[in-house]
Design a protein around this ligand. Structure first.
Ligand SMILES: Cc1ncc(C[n+]2csc(CCOP(=O)(O)OP(=O)(O)O)c2C)c(N)n1
Ligand SMILES: [Mg+2]
Length: 905
């Protein structure tokens, strides 16, 4: 629904209007108020009328839409501060080089890919920013604006950096040839690949927008807590109109309005197309987004029409032009892009004779070239200016553009344009002529790059503009000074063991509380939780640190009289994000990359329901790795059988499989408090002292048991992923003397380590088997190290082979190894090929159930009895035991051999 301000003498409306003269009088009265008393008075009167209508119970029409015209009329446009001609020449060169980069890459290497049409549509949106708005990092290196570039607009950003002299011509020839000597340019923004250039990985659609929102909020958080002055920094997020279909793109916009993030600007490039075709062929994406953003409380600025349309709009007294603009759908607007002026005249203006009359003086060629707002620098400048100055709300700019602008027949507005990577000589000529690029005919076919001389007007202007705005963007810099992380003392309680039964979650929360009090790093810690703090026993932290709220606490909490009341505060430290794992992860990202964005070390601990971590927001975690983020992810209530009553959707038996996929993630499944202490301590050292680009995933559980003291010398093994926890009990006596008992090894992790310890006793007492129990804290770490050794051996066949840690520690050991995990069998299986004598794995493959822990562990065949049976079976297979023993054990241990397979049940 659109609001139609144009009434008289609209034929359609008048037909419905029983009292035309009366309607006119009302409209004229309004006009008079606007002209004589000004727009504010007019707004006031309309508001009063609306209120009156509500009082009289009128069913008032609602629409969040405004007409399909620019939000800022020509009369309200500020003067353009730049040299339009010169800026156009610079922009044209950037267009050319961006296009040439893709064309050349694909000419040389069929199938390299790349995108021409996205940047072609967005060039003006970026150039106005580059010349007048985007502030660089400044002298200190950690100021300026935070800009999320649309991922597949990267060629344009490289082309800008080429003119700036930051990227050489050779480098441009290696776009998407990153492995070539000298290094190439990454396809998209990846800080992992170009750590001094790209800051924010955006190319997985939807991640840019949600990250930008939480980034803008985190900037406020840092400011409100007095950690960094972020007051002058704007967050700009460039988004594709098709990209807004991703739930992450729009899913957090209400937070931005609620938090009054006027430091946030979205620029949505509405070229009306996505990859396959129109975004909303039968509707209007700009109007749809306008309702969504206005409804959420954003300041919306539409930039639809270029200045060619202004005189027509001003001359159109009938209101029919706006009516026609409102009624045409995007699919048809796209058609006008590829059609002739004659067609536009007939199809668009021809609907109403008055409109035909309006354009009768304009030749077809002119109609063909009537620009869209997003290609008009003055319109874009006006929108940016207003967005930057707008107080109290985030702003979204909805800019209408043409996909593949300037490609002509080669792709402009065509449904295939997204995939266009090659232009023939004629098409290159067309592009050159349209943008006046000084490339001679004889060189056209090779699509050469062009950079004007250093002392040319263009280069001097562009260099001066960036200097005035504080330096080049994008540009990434990091804090390198080490942080003083806590010594062993802080963890002493955990090394010594906890005699009462507690869970690893409780132990961790106690540790976090201590860390928060540490005078060196306490203030830098950012606890993040998506509405599960009570589940994890963290409510004591509410009072200790406060929950961050940009407005403090403007109500009296119901539990105000209690010790641990729900305390919100402007300088609160905890980010209690509500039920949004994606939002929490975006906060984690802003915090975990603050060392690069703001030059301050923040240490985020994001604690979540483990099932809703990797499984749900794995792509954000992947991007965090790309962005070289640092911090601790804590998957609480984990373990398929340890979280018992919650059933199939909650019980996590696979996050460690998913964690195995992220290259720079260290993943641990600890059993005891001291293991967590060792892991957290070393993690802080590696990330914040050694400044390694790694981050951590630690699973925590809610089963209570006593936490033993750390055995002597266990630390190295805990970090490497495996150490011997409890050797087989010495039985002494007859059996020992008679040539030794069969020997075996049990690997356990998390709470299932306790089952392995029980199995050890059963094996010793009932079957005379001596089994050593090992704590396997990280199969991922073991595998990483073993793969490195194996690779080295492959590449150095003549040198003494390296022996992986896991093989080394098991070298002198005798007997089979049985691993038991509360995760899928794949998790321990990761290391099977380096276990001398082989590995037999018990794990929790299959969908979970709600039941008791004991029942679940029996169902998934991971309880102590199954560990015993597996061990006996392995011994019998090796001839170390009579095969009758495991057969007998099935009955003795009460195992049902015919029960259903949990994997398929
Ligand atoms: C999550 C995700 N899904 C799919 C893609 C593949 N993809 C890349 S560009 C594109 C179309 C983008 O359309 P739009 O957002 O309108 O951007 P435009 O190029 O039109 O500016 C798609 C589907 C992706 N990059 N990320
Ligand atoms: Mg698009």
């Amino acid at each position: 629904m659109t609001l139609d301000i144009a009434i008289a003498p609209d034929p359609d409306l008048d037909a419905e209007d029983a009292e035309v003269a009366e309607t006119r009088e009302w409209i004229e009265a309004l006009d008079e108020v606007i002209e004589v008393q000004g727009p504010e008075r007019a707004q006031y009167l309309l508001k009063k009328l609306e209120e009156r209508g509500h009082e009289r119970a009128l069913d008032l029409p609602f629409t969040a839409n405004t007409p399909y015209v620019n939000t800022i009329p020509r009369s309200a446009q500020p003067p353009y501060p730049g040299d339009r001609q010169l800026e156009r020449r610079i922009k044209s060169l950037i267009r050319w080089n961006a296009m040439a980069m893709v064309v050349r890459a694909n000419k040389q290497h069929e199938g390299l890919g790349g995108h021409i049409s996205t940047f072609a549509s967005a060039a003006t949106l970026y150039q106005v920013g580059m010349n007048h708005f985007f502030r660089g990092r400044g002298d200190g290196g950690f100021g300026g604006d935070l800009i999320y570039f649309q991922g597949h607009a990267s060629p344009g950003i490289y082309a800008q950096a080429f003119l700036e002299g930051r990227l050489s011509e050779e480098r441009l020839t290696r776009f998407r040839l990153e492995l070539a000597p000298g290094g190439g340019l990454s396809s998209y923004p990846h800080p992992w690949l170009m750590p001094e250039f790209w800051e924010y990985p955006t190319v997985s659609m939807g991640l840019g927008p949600i990250s930008a929102i939480y980034q803008a909020r985190f900037n406020r958080y840092l400011h409100d807590r007095g950690i960094a002055d972020t007051s002058g920094r704007h967050v700009w997020c460039f988004v594709g109109d098709g990209e807004t279909d991703e739930p992450e793109s729009l899913g957090a916009i209400s937070l931005a309005a609620r938090e009054r993030l006027d430091n946030l600007i979205f620029v949505i490039n509405c070229n009306l197309q996505r990859l396959d075709g129109p975004v909303r062929g039968n509707g209007k994406i700009i109007q749809e987004l306008e309702t969504v953003f206005r409804g959420a409380g954003w300041n919306v600025i539409k930039v639809i029409w270029g200045d060619d349309w202004d005189p027509l709009l001003e001359r159109d007294e009938s209101g029919l032009l706006v009516k026609r603009m409102n009624e045409v759908v995007d699919g048809q607007y796209q058609k006008y892009t590829v059609e002739s002026g004659d067609f536009i005249r007939r199809d668009f203006f021809g609907k109403y004779p008055e409109l035909l009359a309006l354009v009768e003086d304009l030749p077809d060629k002119k109609l063909e070239r009537m620009r869209r707002g997003g290609h008009d620098p003055e319109k874009v400048y006006a929108a940016y200016r207003r967005a930057v100055d707008h107080p109290g709300q985030p702003t979204v700019i909805l800019a209408k553009t043409i996909k593949g602008y300037g490609l002509g027949e080669a792709g402009e507005g065509r449904n295939v344009t997204h995939q266009q990577k090659k232009l023939n000589e004629d098409e290159l000529r067309g592009f050159r002529d349209r943008f006046d690029i000084p490339i001679p005919d004889h060189r056209l076919a090779e699509a050469p790059f062009y950079r004007p001389p250093e002392d040319s007007e263009e280069i001097r202007y562009l260099t001066e503009r960036r200097r005035a705005l504080g330096g080049y963007v994008p540009s990434r810099k990091v804090k390198t000074a080490p942080l003083a992380v806590p010594e062993r003392d802080l963890y002493q309680d955990f090394f010594g063991g906890i005699q009462r039964p507690v869970s690893t979650t409780m132990a961790f929360v106690q540790m976090l509380a201590k860390l928060l009090k540490d005078k060196e790093i306490g203030d830098h810690i950012v606890p993040i939780v998506p509405d599960e703090a009570r589940t994890f026993g963290m409510e004591s932290l509410f009072r200790q640190c406060g929950i961050y709220s940009s407005v403090g606490q403007v109500y009296e909490p119901v539990d105000a009289k209690m010790l641990l009341y729900y305390k919100e505060a402007k300088d609160g430290q905890i980010l209690e994000e509500g039920i949004t794992e994606a939002g929490s992860m975006a906060s984690f990202t802003a915090a975990g990359t603050a060392y690069a964005t703001h030059g301050v070390d923040m240490i985020p601990f994001f604690i979540f329901y483990s099932m809703f971590g990797f499984q749900r927001i794995g792509d954000l975690i992947w991007a965090f790795g790309d962005q070289r983020g640092r911090g601790f992810l804590l998957g609480a209530t984990s373990g398929r059988t340890t979280l018992n009553g919650e059933g199939l959707q909650h019980e996590d038996g696979h996050s460690h499989v998913l964690a195995a996929t992220v290259p720079n993630l260290c993943a641990y499944d600890p059993a005891f408090a001291y293991e967590i202490a060792v892991i957290v301590r070393d993690g802080l050292r590696r990330m914040y002292c050694e400044r390694e680009d790694v981050f951590y995933y630690v699973t925590l559980c809610n089963e209570n048991y006593e936490m033993p003291a750390m055995p002597e010398g266990a630390e190295e093994g805990i970090l490497r992923g495996l150490y011997k926890l409890r050797p087989a009990p010495e039985l002494g006596g007859r059996q020992e003397a008679a040539g030794g008992r069969p020997r075996a090894h049990l690997f356990g992790s998390g709470p299932l380590l306790n089952g392995a310890l029980r199995a050890q006793e059963i094996l010793a007492e009932r079957y005379g088997v001596a089994a050593d129990v090992w704590s396997a804290t990280s199969y991922k770490e073991l595998r990483r190290e073993a793969l490195a050794a194996e690779r080295w051996n492959l590449l150095h066949p003549n040198e003494e082979p390296r022996v992986p840690y896991v093989t080394r520690v098991l070298a002198g050991e005798e007997g089979p190894v049985v691993a038991v995990s509360d995760y899928m069998k794949l998790v321990p299986d990761q290391i099977a090929r380096w276990v001398p004598g082989g590995l037999f794995t018990l794990g929790t493959d299959g969908f979970g159930r709600s039941d008791t822990r004991a029942a679940l562990r029996r169902f998934f065949e991971v309880d102590a009895e199954h560990v015993v049976l597996a061990t006996l079976g392995q011994l019998a297979r090796r001839g170390a035991l009579d095969p009758a023993v495991p057969r007998r054990a099935i009955a003795e241990l009460g195992i049902d051999a015919e029960k259903s397979d949990p994997l398929v049940t």
